[in-house]
Design a protein around this ligand. Structure first.
Ligand SMILES: Nc1ncnc2c1ncn2[C@@H]1O[C@H](COP(=O)(O)OP(=O)(O)OP(=O)(O)O)[C@@H](O)[C@H]1O
Ligand SMILES: [Mg+2]
Length: 277
């Protein structure tokens, strides 16, 4: 379980100080898939980075499984980071390392012996569907494959939580669907709690049990995904749902237009064949 209590985060000092998270209170249950929506600059990444203390909260508490981690340092901080994996929009792989060595990296740091870390990396690469890619370099992979490596690397230490900061934003819709399938499987089979930052309502709908809408550093709405997206209360979520509906209709219009053209083409081909007979 993750608990954020009266969390505040400011950047800068003195006259440049500005608060970007205001009094966040949030509980995410173990095994949950939790979505975070909000406009650019709303504070989503900052919020999530407070969970693994990549950002130190200015005040308030972060509790992981009931344990207050807000001020941990040294080995306890390293242990927290190994419990909380993270993946990003741009994959952030080590370009000079092979796929296998990307996945073994955290285990090397943790002092795991070579045969054991290679065995674990092979298991994870198999899990994410990349067996046979061990000796490639990131530049030799597609975006979707790179994100699979990043997921395997994030799981190396067997974390109980995986933070996904716009993990599918750089991918096309088919690849996004396959990465979401993989994340869903990781949640179901390994019991990993997922926190998914996304700008996409369809990503939220596809995978998240609950979502929170963040606006200007505040949680303005939180609840069951379907319920919230069917009955949004805040203006910002209403607008997002409205825009997504328009976009959806536009896509449907385009694809039905495409299918009319396809049908016309088939009818023309059909009549040409009949004429020729
Ligand atoms: N290291 C930093 N120093 C100063 N200000 C920062 C820093 N990181 C973020 N901010 C500011 O904090 C606010 C929240 O940023 P954050 O990156 O959390 O937003 P976000 O919701 O993740 O946006 P996006 O959707 O664009 O990724 C922004 O105003 C940003 O400029
Ligand atoms: Mg962000």
């Amino acid at each position: 379980m993750i608990q954020l209590e009266n969390l505040h985060k400011s950047y800068g000092t003195g006259s440049t100080e500005h608060e970007v998270l205001h009094d966040i209170n949030l509980t995410i249950e173990s095994g949950e898939v939790f979505g975070i929506l909000g406009s650019s600059g709303a504070g989503k990444s900052t919020l999530v980075r407070c969970i693994n203390l990549l950002e130190q909260p200015t005040s308030g508490r972060v509790l992981i499984n009931g344990f207050d981690v807000t001020n941990v340092q040294g080995r306890q901080l390293a242990s927290l980071r190994s419990q909380v994996g993270m993946i990003f929009q741009n994959f952030s792989l080590f370009q000079q390392r092979t796929v296998l060595k990307n996945v073994t990296f955290a285990l090397e740091i943790a002092g795991v012996a070579a045969p054991k870390r290679i065995e674990r990396a092979r298991y994870l690469l198999n899990l994410v569907g990349l067996e046979g890619f061990e000796n490639r370099y990131p530049s030799q992979l597609s975006g979707g494959q790179q994100q699979r490596v990043a997921i395997a690397r994030a799981l190396a230490n067997n974390p109980s939580i995986l933070l996904c900061d716009e993990a599918t934003s750089a991918l096309d819709s088919t690849t996004t669907a396959s990465i979401l399938d993989l994340l869903h499987r990781i949640n179901q089979e390994l019991g990993v709690t997922l926190i998914i930052i996304t700008h996409s309502l369809s990503v939220a709908r596809n995978i998240c049990d609950r979502i929170a809408m963040i606006d200007n550093g505040r949680i303005v709405e939180i609840g069951d995904t379907e319920e919230l997206l069917s009955h949004p209360h805040s203006d910002i979520l209403k607008t997002l749902v409205h825009n997504a509906t328009i976009e959806n209709h536009r896509h449907k219009d385009i694809s039905s237009h495409d299918s009319v053209i396809r049908q016309d083409k088939l009818a023309i081909e059909d009549s040409l064949i009949r004429e020729a007979q």
